[in-house]
Design a protein around this ligand. Sequence first.
Ligand code: C5P
Length: 240
Amino acid sequence: MSRPVIIALDFPTADQALTFLDQFPTGINLTVKIGMELFYAAGPQIVQAIEARGHAVFLDLKLHDIPNTVEAAMRVIGRLGVRYTTVHAAGGHVMLAAAKQGLVAGATERGLSAPKLLAITQLTSTNQAMLNTDQQIAGSVQASVVHYAELAQASGCDGVICSAQEVAAIHAAVGPDFIGITPGIRPATAAADDQQRVMTPTAAAKAGSNGLVVGRPITQATDSVQAYQQILTEWSAAND
Ligand code: C5P
């Protein structure tokens, strides 16, 4: 299983995203995450422009709608050639299975491998009070996260996005081959920004993370290429 360091391209325009990528020497093939902000601003063309530079794309659009709509949207995403994409586990079994079916159908139409389908369990912005009061889900955040990981696996998803704090409990429940990609990563020397619970790349590797999502510690660094290389070196050493 490849264990990428995924750079979150949280930029408001295509120009800014491409200018950021221009700093990396040709020959370094990155995996980059395009979220709602950049995708809504720049559309599928930004996905194609980044893939044309040899980078892999994680298209993080967190779909959550009726099964028919999600299947149709995933069919379109499946044609884009992206490596990973996301869906909300809260949409339920039928929606998750429809998402997978749409992705596979879209990719097959183009002769591509289907993107890995990753489920969002509970957003890391959801705390215990919001879970119990707003969502009316009893129990702990971790119990809900593990439940959603089990549901995602049973529905054909390939993995989840989760906090590095949760990845060990998820793997204990669904097995080590179910992908757990973890944001909220900070090298020991970096600012936490607005992330509440952060882990270093080494700690995330020890917890069993299958890939990191890192944004500002790379995108806002004075030397982004060096910041990326440092994180990659630490992550690779911890995974050896
Ligand atoms: O800049 P930073 O490293 O905090 O960026 C993390 C990225 O991962 C952002 O794109 C953020 O939206 C995303 N993310 C997260 N926590 C989640 C899911 C996604 O921080 N639970």
